[in-house]
Design a protein around this ligand. Structure first.
Ligand code: ZN
Length: 258
């Protein structure tokens, strides 16, 4: 933990100690309160007291927080260049790090963590037991890309941010696909599914050679997963996996049927 704390201090990012095994900020510290900027203080909190490591965002660091990994995959296909930046795996999603200044706010499914936000980073331990880790430890932190309309519009003005027309249409399209193609229907086209309560369905996984039913669908939320494949997602990436397509190609194929 201390190594990572010093890594961020060297890059000028102030630290915020979080209670061990949790995301709660240690009282007295915070985005607008006390922060750690000296190595000796870092040693006290992150080595001697086993605190989780938090970073104060906004001045020098902006983090895109994707709660769900499939939202990250959609984004990465749209912005492959920017996606090379330093990224960490969280409990269910990803944190994508950029060097720059900016405000906090939501852009579609992405929570932009800028001024006033604290982000928990590797190798902190999530309350549910999972440890945050870097996707690629050697990746560098890229500057907030200028051409990156989705982000730069949000970050460059404090006036009401507007999404680019393309991304609004895209978000709308994904919503329409999800409404039109129930994930259960797609699953039942490839495997036999059973349910006791009408919400949770189980069957043999169509993505691997399954002996016992390890594939599930939550019909209410429109999500699916497989315990063995260790994947989960929505109707779009199930369609992509079943047909060996990229997420982008799956969206195009499903949109053609609307
Ligand atoms: Zn599977």
């Amino acid at each position: 933990m201390l190594t990572q704390a010093l890594f961020w201090l060297e890059r000028g990012v102030p630290l915020v100690p979080l209670q061990p095994g949790s995301k709660h900020i240690v009282p007295g510290f915070g985005p607008y309160q006390k922060q750690i900027t000296a190595p000796d203080d870092a040693r006290r909190w992150f080595e001697e007291r086993w605190c989780n490591l938090g970073l104060a965002c906004g001045r020098g660091l902006v983090v895109l927080d994707f709660d769900l990994w499939f939202d990250y995959e959609h984004w990465r296909e749209q912005y492959p260049g920017a996606a090379h930046t330093y990224t960490e795996r969280t409990s269910r999603g990803y944190h994508v790090f950029f060097a720059g200044d900016g405000a906090s706010g939501d852009v579609g499914p992405i929570e932009v963590k800028g001024r006033g936000s604290v982000v928990m980073v590797a190798p902190s331990r999530h309350p549910l037991g999972k440890t945050y880790r870097a996707v690629d430890e050697r990746a560098v932190i890229l500057p907030v890309p200028g051409r990156f309309s989705l982000l730069s519009e949000k970050l460059s003005s404090s006036s009401a941010p507007s999404l680019s027309k393309e991304s609004v249409n895209r978000t709308d399209l994904i919503g329409r696909i999800k409404a039109a193609v129930p994930v259960l229907e797609l699953a039942r086209a490839s495997t036999e599914m059973r349910s006791r309560d009408g919400r949770w369905w189980h069957g043999k996984c169509p993505l691997h050679d399954d002996k016992t039913p390890s594939f599930w669908v939550d019909a209410e939320r429109g999500t699916w997963g497989c315990w063995t494949c260790k994947v989960r997602g929505d109707v779009i990436n199930l369609y992509a996996r079943l047909n060996r397509l990229t997420v982008r190609a799956a969206i195009a194929a499903l949109a053609a049927g609307l």
